[in-house]
Design a protein around this ligand. Sequence first.
Ligand code: UDP
Length: 453
Amino acid sequence: MDQERRRVVLFPCPFQGHINPMLQLATILHSHSKGALSIIIVHPEFNSPNSSNYPNFTFLPISDGLSESQQAHSSIHDAMPMLPVLNQICVSPFKDCLVNKILSQQHEPPVACIIADALMHFTQHVADSLNIPRIVLRTSSAITFAVFKVLRGKDYYPIKGTSTGAADLPRVKTNDAEGLPQLAIDMVEQTKASSGLIWNTFELLDQSALETVCQEFSIPNFPIGPFHKLTPASSSSLLTQDFSCISWLDKQAPSSVIYISFGSLAALDQAQLVEIALGLADSEQSFLWVIRPGLVRSSNDDKAYEDPTNFLPQYFNEMIQSGRGCIVKWAPQHEVLAHPAVGGFWTHSGWNSTLESICEGVPMLCWPFFGDQMMNARCVSQVWRVGLQLENELERSEIERFIKRLMVQENNKEREEMVVRVNDLKEKAELCLTIGGSSYQSLESLIDYIFSF
Ligand code: UDP
């Protein structure tokens, strides 16, 4: 490897599930190149990452011009419309930043390339206009991307809704069937125009989809995941992680606790929150539940919006006092999933959560909301068979039944088999990351590739 130094400019998409893998990638590139790659993170002001956790990196915020009401996102319904807006309004500020703050520094090492989140597709035009190579980071599974690409070719989008398997297709679950496809089309087209594609996945998990993508795209592909296993636990959290739940977990029996989190954007109705509480109570299972501000949609009650536990039935709160459950606003998810007391994960099937669960050998109960989560849940329940999927109307007896199927340990062959399979995938992830493994080799190739520009 040529040890001359290079600078790399990273542009994340400003949402938690995208910021985490981008900062993990930054850490991996910096440490694996032994500091020969200097990291510059250019990011919208909105949802700025905490730069003090990354003293080795340069952070350059750009003005995104978003109004306060546009920034008041805490669910996908608010976040989705921001993506096309960000792709428009960041063009000039990003280019100005590159020209005036980065490229103008003539005594600094040359800029090798831009690495941008696939959803920030505008960065391709900016990179082209300045003659800088752009590599794309796709933060989701390869299978979702392959499906976007293949179905686009077959004119399946916008989704008509009733064709076989339509419910599994990547989409916004409610009434936004039009918006996602245009974003997906732009993302796929601008990825195709890029110089390479980095994946937070590993070959032994996502192999056939990776092969499909490689056939469709004549650019180098670098599946180097799972990223979080190569980096220290998350310091890119936008909300403060509440570590008190770890001491609560310390007091629980092995594999006895179901961990419940629906990620950073999914939002429930008040009635759904209550139904979950009732189902949990009936299941008689210990639980750790992340109830973040904004988890429940409420238009006119700020207090309940900030703390949705205000919507929970009184006796449920009493059950928490008695110690059967623990509720936090935001958890240290990596540590939680790695804790021996955690025996199952009720998840919205975000890609990071899915990978994190697999890497700790924790079987899942999938309840997807939108986008790639539909496909992730299908893969978990039917392809890798390391979890179950809640598909019917959310109802307390159904919840109780599924929680018991996932969690009860005595005479539960279904659970036993899921645990064996998820531990097999966990081992495969470890194999891919060790020296000589596919992710390890891809990372070596990626670093050589960056130095070749
Ligand atoms: N996460 C966390 N604490 C929580 C819930 C989630 O740190 O209480 C992290 C989780 O580890 C993951 C990310 O937030 O890295 C969520 O990403 P994911 O792709 O699963 O879902 P999204 O938020 O994008 O829907």
